[in-house]
Ligand binder design. Structure first.
Ligand code: NAP
Length: 321
């Protein structure tokens, strides 16, 4: 396959993938630092046979048009595909893969981290240490227990299931989940399929683990926060766009809910003057769900393997369709 050209849209892609693809293909790499913007990616597209997409930029018809009709394979180094025009790629017969499963544990760990962190008010505690307001007090800085709680998962997919598996060890008394249909995995995990409305009303922890789609965009708005328990905690490890952020800020300010833990928000990076940063009852992380050395290497390797399979005419390991 030496004549095949693969564009890698990000120079930080782990070496394992560069080595794998480099053995069989000619690589064109976006070397721009810190990372390539849309124009820089588009400039390198013409004439390539496959694209290793490791970018937040939108992957759409313009990219395909720039690449040309010989480009038939795209490997995305992510589980989420909200920045990809999947229908257009499908319609044009492009093979498309993503990287589910290999990141389930890492992202679920972050969900657990945020759930415990928000429940135990770690932002507020840290600020008290920094500001010298740490004091002895029987009633000071009390958080909420996850043991004995009801945890609701919005989207019991790979990551949602990994979250339930991990939280089972924390003595959660009831798991609920919502989605389009009841799942076999739900039964195996002893999680109850309920409507979205039931989930938000009954859960002590609501964990968002579904994709960002036209259906889920802005799903969590003021009406939903009004229905949630004022003792509840919202965790979002999926995508910022699923939450109407201004409504969340208001709900947190007015203590309509107890706290939130967010790995994802809008926009990313979050501006330094965001009202979210002023709140004590929110734990924020800079979208690091899958950011471990091992997980990113596994994602890169899987993406490279998918591209090689696609170019070789074999089924990809994790095709999107
Ligand atoms: P997945 O295995 O495809 O699972 C997604 C689940 O969401 C499916 O079970 C789907 O089932 C459900 N779902 C879809 N629409 C829903 C809705 N309206 N309400 C409730 N559930 C709904 O995907 P995954 O690998 O678990 O990843 C989930 C999302 O996490 C990704 O799309 C991505 O945006 C995000 N993510 C974030 C990070 C991070 O770094 N923070 C890393 C990886 C992924 P039904 O269609 O049957 O309901």
């Amino acid at each position: 396959m030496t004549e095949l050209k693969v564009l890698i849209t990000n120079h930080e892609v782990p070496k394992v993938a560069i080595d794998l693809l480099g053995e069989k293909c000619t690589l064109i790499i976006n070397e721009e630092k810190p990372y390539a913007n849309r124009e820089q990616i588009l400039a390198k597209c013409p004439g390539v046979d496959a694209i290793f997409w490791a970018s937040k930029e939108r992957l759409d018809a313009e990219v395909l048009d720039k690449a040309g009709p010989q480009m038939k394979v795209v490997g995305c180094m992510s589980a989420g595909l909200d920045n990809v025009d999947v229908e257009t790629l499908k319609a044009r017969g492009i093979k498309l893969s993503n990287t589910p499963v290999v990141l389930n544990d890492a992202v679920a760990d972050v969900a657990v981290l945020l759930a415990l962190g928000a429940a135990r008010r770690i932002t507020e505690g840290r600020r008290a240490i920094e500001q010298g307001t740490w004091r002895y007090g029987v009633q000071w800085q009390l958080g909420r227990d996850i043991s004995g709680s009801t945890v609701g998962i919005v989207g019991l997919g790979g990551i949602g299931q990994a979250i339930v598996t991990k939280l089972t060890k924390f003595g959660v008394s009831k798991f609920l989940y919502s989605g389009h249909k009841e799942k076999e995995e739900g039964k195996l995990l002893n999680a109850k399929f309920v409507t979205f409305d039931e989930l938000i009303k009954e859960s002590d922890f609501v964990i968002i683990a579904c994709p960002l789609t036209t259906e889920t965009k802005g799903l969590f708005n003021a009406t939903v926060f009004d229905k949630m328990k004022n003792t509840s905690i919202l965790i979002n490890i999926a995508r910022g766009g699923i939450v109407v952020q201004n409504d969340l800020v208001e709900a947190l300010q007015q203590k309509k809910i107890f706290a939130a833990g967010l790995d994802v928000m809008t926009p990313e990076p979050l501006p330094r003057d965001s009202p979210l940063l002023k709140l004590d009852n929110v734990v924020l992380l800079p979208h690091i769900g899958s950011a471990t050395i091992g997980t990113r290497a596994a994602m890169a390797q899987l993406t490279a393997q998918n591209i090689l399979m696609g170019l070789g005419g074999a089924p990809m390991f994790t095709p999107v369709y």
